[in-house]
Design a protein around this ligand. Structure first.
Ligand SMILES: [Zn+2]
Length: 301
C-alpha cells in the first residue's frame, strides 16, 4: 500500500518552506508605479508669536527646509509630504500628521535655551544646535516612512522613529556624523540630568516615548556600535555605561539590517550618490579620533 500522498516528506517540506517564504515576503513593496522620488514640499509659516520672528528668519536664511527637501528627495513615496515650521500656541512639539512633518517654533526656542553656552566635547554652540534640528526632522521622517510605506515593526513606533533618525545621522561623513550625534545628544543629556534627582512619574513610564535617558543611551549606543573609535569618548568619559556599550555593535547591526531590508528598497541609490557628494554642514574642520588616541573604555564607569 502506498503512503497517503498528503504525508509525503517532499510535500511537507514544500509546505513548511512555503510558510517561511510567505513569512519572508510578507512585506511586499508598494506598487512601483505609485512610488516617486522628490515627494517633499515645504512651507515656512509666519510665526503667530512675534518673539519667534528671529527663529523664522534664521531658519529661512539657512534654508533648512530647502536642504531637507533635497536631502529626502531619494525616498520613493506614493504621495507628497510637506515639511513645515509653524507656531504652535506655546506648545513645544513636532509631529507627522496629515501628510505633514511639522516642527513648532517653540521647539527651536526650547533647543536654543538648552544649548551649551560654550564649547562642549569639541562642539561649538552653533554646531550643537544643528544636531537637534536635523534629528527632530529625521525622527518625524521616520514616522512618515513607517506609516506611508506601511513598514512593519515591533515595539513602540517612537523608538523605531528614534532609531531611524540615529541611523540616518550616522550615514553622513564621519566628521559630520559625530557632531550631529553629539549635538542631538546634548539636549537629551540635559533632560536626563534634570530627571536624575527624582523618581520618574508612572505616567512618564507609560508614555509612547522612552524617558530622556533611555533615548539618549539608545542614540549613543547606535553611534558607538557604528564606530567604537570615532565615539570612544562617549564610553571613556562615562556618557554611555559599559554594560550597554558591550552590545552596541549588535544593536547597530540589527538596525542596519532592518533599514537595508525594509527601507532601502524605497531609496533611489543614484540620487543618494549625488546627495553624498555634497557638503551639507559648515562645521569647523577637526580631525576624526584615531585608534591610537582611543582612551581606555570604561575607565570612569
Ligand atoms: Zn515621534
Amino acid at each position: 500500500m502506498k503512503p497517503a500522498a498528503r504525508y509525503r516528506p517532499s510535500f511537507m517540506m514544500a509546505l513548511v518552506f512555503g510558510l517561511f517564504v510567505t513569512a519572508a515576503t510578507a512585506h511586499d513593496l508598494l506598487p512601483a508605479a505609485s512610488l516617486k522620488t522628490h515627494q517633499f514640499d515645504y512651507v515656512y509659516e509666519e510665526p503667530k508669536n512675534p518673539a519667534h520672528k528671529p527663529i523664522y528668519d534664521a531658519l529661512k536664511e539657512i534654508q533648512i527646509l530647502e536642504k531637507l527637501q533635497e536631502f529626502l528627495s531619494p525616498l520613493r513615496f506614493p504621495s507628497k509630504v510637506t515639511l513645515k515650521v509653524r507656531g504652535c500656541d506655546g506648545v513645544i512639539n513636532a509631529t507627522f500628521w496629515d501628510d505633514a512633518i511639522q516642527v513648532c517654533y517653540e521647539y527651536f526656542e526650547y533647543v536654543l535655551k538648552q544649548a551649551p553656552k560654550s564649547e562642549k566635547m569639541g562642539l561649538t554652540r552653533r554646531e550643537a544646535l544643528i544636531g537637534p534640528t536635523i534629528d527632530v526632522f529625521l525622527h518625524e521622517t521616520g514616522h512618515a516612512v513607517l506609516e506611508v510605506l506601511e513598514i512593519p515593526f515591533f515595539g513602540r513606533e517612537e523608538d523605531a522613529a528614534d532609531y531611524f533618525a540615529s541611523y540616518i545621522l550616522l550615514q553622513f561623513p564621519k566628521h559630520d556624523a559625530r557632531r550631529l550625534i553629539l549635538g542631538a545628544s546634548f539636549l537629551a543629556g540635559k533632560e536626563a540630568a534634570e530627571e536624575q534627582g527624582k523618581a520618574p512619574e508612572l505616567r512618564l513610564l507609560a508614555d509612547t516615548h522612552g524617558l530622556p535617558a533611555q533615548r539618549l543611551y539608545a542614540r549613543l549606543c547606535m553611534a558607538y556600535g557604528f564606530d567604537p573609535v570615532l565615539f570612544a569618548d562617549v564610553v571613556s568619559l562615562g556618557y554611555l555605561p559599559q554594560n550597554r556599550a558591550k552590545n552596541c555593535r549588535y544593536e547597530y547591526q540589527t538596525n542596519e539590517h532592518a533599514f537595508n531590508s525594509l527601507v532601502k528598497p524605497y531609496i533611489d541609490q543614484e540620487l543618494v550618490k549625488e546627495i553624498r557628494s555634497k557638503k551639507w554642514f559648515q562645521f569647523e574642520p577637526r580631525p576624526v579620533p584615531h585608534e591610537s588616541e582611543r582612551p581606555d573604555d570604561g575607565k570612569k564607569q
